[in-house]
Write a protein that binds this ligand. Structure first.
Ligand code: MRU
Length: 362
């Protein structure tokens, strides 16, 4: 089944709780763009595997999936007393949290769910489970509001007709709606901005080709797919007015971890004076991580580079492969970090301190 022949991909929910409150339903992103398949996840292993195997991926979507996932697992815990319930909850939490290390939204979401347990420990376990559900549902709704706000702030940085380059997929498929890096693009589309978007294919897992190009095309955006090594060419030709990317973790000093290759785009953008913007919900800002050097970078299996997506292996058997999933972009390459509260500018340490001081509730 071609997803486009069925219904528009923009009408699918990336992450949802099913109506019977019994399964986490995710759109399997490993099958896109050819097949749109919703998969139902019940067990801890199914949920962790779906995150590790990138069936659900992108920092915000991982966070919401983890929140629904831990709720479902908590719901199934057969214990009346808080201590037994909490011990089992913690085991599930640690297990899900081990799926991927770089995107802070995974631990951020699980920590928030754990706080629901701790803050309500005096309540009956059944009531705690209900609060967990309410929190997970609220996190999904928040994600949509936050992404839309990022879109509004991002839109102030560009003008109609601009060329925009993006890397990886920080789109609707990586979140619950709008995406982060794509939010200004979608809002601009609604308002007749006629952007020309260039999507890096994003080796090795092709999130740009399979997902970003696909969802933008489905939304009617003028999108052109380019190989990762073409970004210098389009910038030098003057086709790009701004770069928007998402991110997996922002360190306290403004260094940013995002999909491998992002730092190349940022370096090239600096060379050609193209503003480079990182779109980041405040949930992705990790004040406990001082600099980019302190961010754990996920290493992925070799076959993703040598075999995956090819009909036949495209590398000699046994060759050594280095496959980090993310890289760090130094803060001095970043023109601005677009959050739901506005555009942060360097020096980021001070900008974040001020942001979190003025938003005590964050
Ligand atoms: O490995 P992935 O596909 O989960 O990597 C995704 C990215 O790097 C995104 O840019 C990031 O998570 C931001 S998504 C809004």
């Amino acid at each position: 089944m071609n997803a486009q022949q069925d219904k528009n991909i923009m009408e699918y929910e990336t992450v949802a709780l099913d109506d019977a409150d019994s399964a986490l339903v995710v759109l399997d992103q490993t099958k896109l763009p050819t097949t749109a398949e919703l998969i139902r996840l019940h067990t801890a292993q199914e949920i962790r595997d779906a995150i590790y195997l990138l069936k659900v991926r992108g920092a915000p979507a991982i966070g919401v999936a983890a929140a629904f996932g831990i709720y479902l697992l908590a719901k199934g815990i057969d214990a009346e007393d808080y201590d037994t319930f909490y011990r089992k909850f913690r085991a599930y939490k640690d297990y899900l949290n081990s799926a991927r290390p770089t995107a802070v939204n995974l631990s951020w979401a699980l920590n928030r769910m754990e706080r629901v347990c701790e803050d309500n420990r005096a309540l009956p376990v059944a009531e705690i489970k209900q609060r967990l559900k309410e929190t997970a549902v609220a996190m999904k709704e928040e994600d949509i509001r936050v992404c839309r706000a990022i879109g509004e702030h991002g839109l102030t940085l560009v003008k109609p007709g601009d060329g925009i380059l993006t890397h990886c997929n920080a789109g609707q498929l990586a979140a619950c709606r709008y995406g982060t890096a794509t939010a200004p693009i979608y809002l601009g589309q609604e308002r007749g901005y006629h952007f020309h978007v260039f999507a890096d294919e994003t080796r090795p897992l092709l999130q740009g080709a399979r997902l970003t190009a696909y969802e933008l095309l489905a939304a009617g955006v003028d999108v052109t797919l380019i190989c990762d090594n073409m970004c210098a060419s389009v910038m030098r030709n003057g086709q790009i007015n701004a770069v928007f990317v998402g991110c997996d973790r922002v360190a306290a000093n403004g260094d940013v971890a995002n999909k491998i290759g992002t730092s190349v785009v940022a370096t090239v953008a600096k060379r050609y004076n193209v503003p480079f913007y990182v779109c980041a919900p405040t949930s992705t800002i990790d004040r406990d991580t001082p600099t980019g050097a302190d961010i754990e970078i996920e290493q992925r299996p070799a076959h993703e580079v040598t075999d995956m997506w090819y009909e036949k292996p495209m590398a000699p058997a046994g060759v050594k492969v280095f496959n980090p999933a993310f890289d760090v972009t130094d803060s001095d390459l970043i023109t601005g970090i677009v959050t739901e509260y506005g555009v942060m500018r360097a020096p980021y340490t001070e900008a974040f301190k001020e942001l979190f001081r003025s938003r005590q509730s964050l």
